[in-house]
Design a protein around this ligand. Structure first.
Ligand SMILES: Cc1cc2nc3c(=O)[nH]c(=O)nc-3n(C[C@H](O)[C@H](O)[C@H](O)COP(=O)(O)OP(=O)(O)OC[C@H]3O[C@@H](n4cnc5c(N)ncnc54)[C@H](O)[C@@H]3O)c2cc1C
Length: 447
């Protein structure tokens, strides 16, 4: 079994040399959101072209922890997430490829009675939606997490939550979209948009121009920059997460476990994907100042876990122009893959916390590490919307640290938005204008 996660973005790039003259819909970005949308559109017979500047799932969608959970989410995401879980359940049969999905459950452990009680609100929310979340005591917790040296007070537990393998899922969905007629073009950066009378008329790529009146920008961490070049303001910031995986080892748990020292889940290859539960690094950039006030509530909420750093990211963004010529290489070709370095100190802490909390895994080697830039909106839930100032232009971004699990559900909802057909998923609360019309910005969940 090929378990190497970084193969997703280090393997040779399949070259695209030409693009179709026209399409009904062009999608910018080959992450889980873009490929899921392409799959849903292609199945409805829509002529769709997906352009990805680097590798399919080369950024967030191939680097995440792989948790597919509804537990703990903002209520605005819950209906879409429940639909997503239904899609994940049948995905293997629908696309004929394994994506590693299994419902192993999700546990947020509590280190004190106070922390356990703090989960009660969400358990009540879950009841409103018919979700099987409940609080469990330390005795029951031991059934799901064996051999831990931690004396937890209990946990919040959702048995129906699950996980999938990020190095498999988005690429498999992209292939399914292709089998249904979508054209999926890696190494094909979109440079900009041509307009006519205030509407989208074409998409300019590094390999040529595609006439299209409908465009979805699902460009992950690049969305704000891309949109700024079109004079569309999308508040977005990035935080870096460092991740590692162990070699296969004895089964100490068969689900996802979150503690503020460790996030750990069982992998399909018998190893564990591990990360620090209490560290996210924000490289300060000019956007940090531009969007400071909009992100202040999120920053206050995450104060204990966000570490600020000032490094080359500031200079990189400072030196990137706000607009560019469309007939020469753009910032998207200059950085095909956003590939941050894992932070050594965080890796050391992950190893230490793993050994202390799970002595049975203390001799299990960490065989790979990587990092990913998580992009977030100010209230930590996505923006899925049509842009009023540019007819035909749509945005799906800001999925924060939980867009992998919701990706297939988002794809279904976005396909509905683009075709005007009711997907059955209400996305009205995810409109872009909520950040500009005086609505209070209140994150309900963490990054
Ligand atoms: C460390 C980490 C842990 C996480 N853990 C989880 C988890 O356990 N569960 C969960 O649900 N979520 C998790 N997430 C979040 C999840 O990975 C993201 O929310 C999700 O993958 C976002 O998908 P996307 O398609 O919107 O963006 P991306 O996957 O970032 O895809 C966007 C794509 O657009 C491309 N692009 C950008 N600009 C252009 C252009 N001009 N032309 C062409 N292509 C372009 C980029 O190259 C990129 O591939 C985690 C993220 C990270 C980084």
């Amino acid at each position: 079994m090929d378990s190497c996660v970084s193969n997703t973005w280090t393997r040779p790039l399949a070259a695209t040399s030409s693009v179709p003259d026209k399409a009904d819909v062009v999608i910018i970005g080959g992450g889980i959101v873009g490929v899921s949308t392409a799959w849903f559109l292609a199945r409805q017979g829509v002529d769709v072209v997906l352009c990805e500047k680097g590798h399919i799932a080369g950024e967030q969608s191939g680097r995440n922890w792989g948790w597919v959970r509804v537990q703990g989410r903002d209520t605005r995401e819950i209906p879409m997430m429940l639909e997503s879980l239904r899609i994940w359940e049948d995905l293997k049969d629908e696309i004929g490829e394994d994506v590693g999905f299994t419902r192993g459950g999700c546990l947020f452990t509590a280190n004190s009675d106070k922390e356990l009680r703090s989960f009660e609100d969400w358990v009540n929310t879950a009841k409103d939606y018919g979700i099987d979340t409940r609080l469990i005591n330390p005795g029951e917790l031991q059934q799901y997490v064996r051999g831990s040296a931690v004396d937890w007070s209990g946990a919040m537990f959702t048995a129906s939550d699950g996980r999938a393998e990020p190095h498999k899922a988005a690429a498999a969905i992209a292939r399914a979209a292709q089998r249904n007629g979508a054209k999926v073009l890696p190494a094909c950066a979109v440079r900009g948009i041509e307009t006519s009378g205030g509407s989208v008329s074409a998409v300019v790529t590094e390999h040529g121009t595609i006439s299209a009146s409908t465009v979805l920008c699902a460009a992950g961490a690049w969305t704000s920059m891309f949109c700024r070049s079109l004079e569309i303001d999308v508040p977005q910031l990035r935080v870096k997460g460092t991740v590692a995986r162990t070699a296969p080892a004895d089964e100490v748990l068969n689900g996802n476990v979150f503690d503020d020292r460790l996030g750990i889940r069982r992998r399909q290859d018998g190893g564990y994907t591990v990360a620090h539960g209490g560290v996210l690094e924000h490289p300060v950039t000019p956007s940090s100042f531009r969007y400071f006030f909009k992100f202040l509530p999120a920053l206050m909420q995450e104060l204990k876990i966000v570490r600020l750093s000032l490094g080359k990211e500031f200079a990189d963004e400072w030196s990137t122009p706000e607009t560019w010529a469309l007939d020469e290489p753009t910032p998207f070709e200059k950085m095909r893959v956003l590939n941050p370095e894992p932070t050594p100190g965080v890796l050391t802490a992950i190893r230490r916390n793993l050994d202390t909390m799970f002595p049975a895994l203390a001799k299990t080697p960490i065989v790979e590490s990587w990092a990913g830039m998580i992009e977030s909106s100010p209230d930590v839930v996505p923006i899925i919307d049509s842009v009023d100032s540019l007819r035909g232009f749509h945005i799906a971004t800001g999925f924060s640290g939980h867009g992998f699990g919701i990706g297939p559900g988002a794809g279904k909802a976005i396909a509905g938005l683009l075709t005007g057909k009711d997907s059955g998923i209400d996305i009205s609360a995810l409109r872009l204008s909520r950040f500009f019309d005086g609505s209070p910005i209140r994150p309900q969940s963490s990054i």
